[in-house]
Write a protein that binds this ligand. Structure first.
Ligand code: URA
Length: 309
């Protein structure tokens, strides 16, 4: 395993542990063994101890899968083969190796190339996912689209008919409106990242079932881990309720800032809703202006022109 892959995996394990998804018994830095190319005499990956991963109390569904090893030939017997064992009674403090970086950093250290690689890995895993019925029913998987280093990530509900045909989120009428709203706050679509709470289309564009959202959630969380944006924008009630951990209606969640695991969250109306209810556009514009304001505040060297009358 390369040093970069090892570092990415360590950070990911830290993220899983710090968010209560897993509990690690051993120091994964030791367990992962030396990086490949560690020189003659360096112990081989075959000698590395397995990482013992326990389910933590908070785990409710399938945990996120770490990225697939880039070169299985150099990683056999190591992290790719985490060994499940009996749950530990009391999770201990995180090993020193995991305390080096705060959870807030998440994937912030990943290079562009590493993000692209990881997104590719995750897409391949999602392609074969059959954790709910939608995987077998859809035409194309809609994993997400945009800049892997985007500072703003938009989260919609689920792919619709156009997205199911193209594999790209928000390409229909709602997507065209979203593009216009992005342009109005000085962004091109390809400068942000766009995804959905579900990666597969529910038949007839029905609302996602809670079980489908639960089954798909780890892909979304993993996306946030890889991208580690500054701002998350929830489009519509499904994404808003998930990101704000609230059952309030979108009208009550929009208009103020929330936080999701250290990331600023703004909830706003779904563009498809705005197409049907144009009188809500001014509120939506207020939200987009707030998103613009926050972005400019966080990135003073990157002023963005905002549309004014
Ligand atoms: N509506 C969504 O929520 N997502 C899409 O990708 C398209 C329409």
């Amino acid at each position: 395993m390369t040093i970069t892959a090892k570092k990415a995996l360590l950070n990911y394990l830290e993220f899983l542990q710090s968010n209560g998804f897993i509990c690690l018994d051993s120091d994964p830095l030791e367990a992962l063994g030396p990086a490949s190319g560690g020189g003659p005499g360096a112990p081989s990956a075959a000698h590395a101890r397995p990482i013992v991963v326990h389910s933590a109390a908070k785990v409710d569904a399938s945990p996120m899968t770490p990225p697939r090893p880039r070169n299985p030939a150099t990683t056999s017997g190591s992290a790719g083969a985490a060994v499940p064992s009996a749950p530990s009674a009391v999770p201990g403090p995180p090993p020193a190796a995991l305390r080096r970086e705060l959870p807030q950093t998440w994937g912030a250290h990943l290079s562009r190339a590493e993000r692209i690689q990881w997104i590719g890995d995750a897409t391949a895993r999602a392609e074969t996912c059959r954790a709910c019925q939608l995987g077998a029913q859809r035409n194309k998987l809609v994993y997400g689209d945009g800049d892997p280093e985007a500072k703003i990530v938009f989260v919609g509900e689920a792919p619709g008919g156009d997205e199911n045909e193209t594999g790209i989120p928000f390409v229909g009428r709602a997507g065209q409106l979203l593009n216009k709203m992005l342009n109005a706050i000085g962004f091109k679509r390809q400068e942000v990242f766009i995804c959905n709470t579900l990666k597969c289309r529910p038949p007839g564009n029905r609302d996602p079932f809670p079980s489908e959202k639960a089954a798909c959630e780890h892909f979304l969380t993993e996306q946030f881990y890889i991208l580690r944006p500054q701002i998350l924008v929830a489009l519509g009630a499904h994404a808003a309720q998930y990101l704000c951990r609230s059952e309030l209606p979108i009208g009550k969640l929009r208009g103020r800032w929330h936080e999701y695991r250290g990331i600023a969250v703004r909830a706003t109306y779904h563009p498809a809703f705005l197409l049907r209810n144009g009188n809500f556009k001014p509120q939506s514009w207020d939200d987009f202006r707030a998103i613009h304001g926050r972005y400019v505040e966080l990135n003073p060297g990157d002023p963005r022109p905002i549309w004014t009358k």
